[in-house]
Design a protein. Structure first.
Length: 333
């Protein structure tokens, strides 16, 4: 880990030197040491990749120099992947086993991109980030509801999110921070492998490959620009009262101290997501009032729920022995 710590320090200097400008030259951080580091995390892999290089030969640093040469000369191209559709959490996903070279390079690019986007992501974005876990999302939600007094919530779940990520918008978002043509070209080609519309040329390229080391980070970047930054920079300043948000991957909750704020944002949310080819799962997305209907003059028919499920836990507003309201939860069986 000492190597990664030093790498992150070098990247942070580059980020600081460029301030808010886009970053170029990032692919120069990919060297033999980084690839050998990433190789240690690859435990199970076919003996020979489609290009005929074996894990054993790469481990002896026979192929890594050649891989770096191809990368730096801009002639490296991902190998075609045979994909199959599987059901993951009741959703159909495109899953494919990457050839060794692509898995190795994707892990390296992920390491390179992490420090860049840690400077961009908001603290309430919990999923797919180093050192952040599901329990952190529950703790954030508990703190906001219990101590912030938020009682009007939007509980949201995105429908078929991984398969609907739009490649053109994804590249636009990446170019907000990244100006490295090598990195951008690699990402574009890797996304093409997971394109769910590859047999429909008339349709926009969409979807990320499940099982790809880089896909979770890309999906996080996409929602940062579509949702997180939009909520913070464009929605919160227009609200009548305070609000909060917590997001874990494609599950998120927005909280409000004003019922009308919650209603307005919920209506606007559908339009915002549709612009980027995303949709709410309307069976799992709704507005919540955390309290007794009789005690809430602003309740209305649109706040139909008093409890909700979030990340495998059932949540509700309870009381302590002293009568203080706190958010409680238990595991959904």
């Amino acid at each position: 880990m000492r190597y990664i710590t030093e790498l992150v320090k070098k990247e942070r200097k580059l980020i600081k030197a460029n301030n808010h400008r886009t970053l170029s030259g990032l692919h120069n951080f990919i060297d033999e040491d980084l690839l050998n580091f990433c190789l240690t995390g690859i435990k199970h892999h076919p003996l020979v990749s489609p290009s005929g290089r074996s894990l054993k030969s790469i481990n002896k640093s026979i192929s890594i120099p050649y891989l770096l040469k191809e990368l730096n000369e801009g002639v490296y191209h991902p190998v075609a992947v045979k994909m199959k559709q599987v059901i993951v959490k009741n959703k159909i996903r495109n899953v494919g086993k990457l050839p060794l070279e692509d898995e190795l390079l994707q892990k390296a690019v992920k390491v390179i991109l992490e420090p860049v986007y840690e400077q961009v992501f908001f603290n309430f974005n919990i999923g797919y980030r180093r050192g952040k876990y599901q329990n952190d999302a529950h703790s954030w939600l508990h703190h906001q509801v219990t101590y912030g007094g938020y009682r009007y919530l939007i509980k949201a779940d995105l429908k078929d999110y991984f398969n609907l990520i739009d490649h053109e918008y994804m590249m636009e978002f990446l170019k907000e921070r990244i100006a490295d043509s090598v990195i951008l070209h690699l990402v574009e080609e890797w996304m093409a492998v997971g394109n769910v519309n590859r047999n429909k040329p008339e349709e926009r390229p969409q979807g990320l490959l499940t099982g790809s080391p880089l896909s979770p980070m890309l999906s996080n970047i996409y929602l940062h620009y579509v949702l997180d930054d939009w909520f913070v920079s464009r929605i919160q300043p227009l609200l009548n009262n305070t609000s909060f948000m917590v997001r874990y991957c494609d599950d998120f909750i927005m909280g409000f101290n004003n019922a009308n704020d919650a209603r307005r944002v919920y209506r606007t949310l559908f339009k915002r997501l549709a612009k980027y080819y995303l949709f709410l799962n309307q069976r799992k997305s709704f507005m919540v009032w955390l309290g007794d209907e009789n005690d809430n003059p602003n309740y209305g028919n649109d706040f139909k729920h008093h409890t909700f499920n979030f990340l495998g836990h059932h949540c509700w507003l309870g009381k302590t022995k002293k009568g203080e309201e706190v958010l409680r939860w238990n595991v959904v069986e």
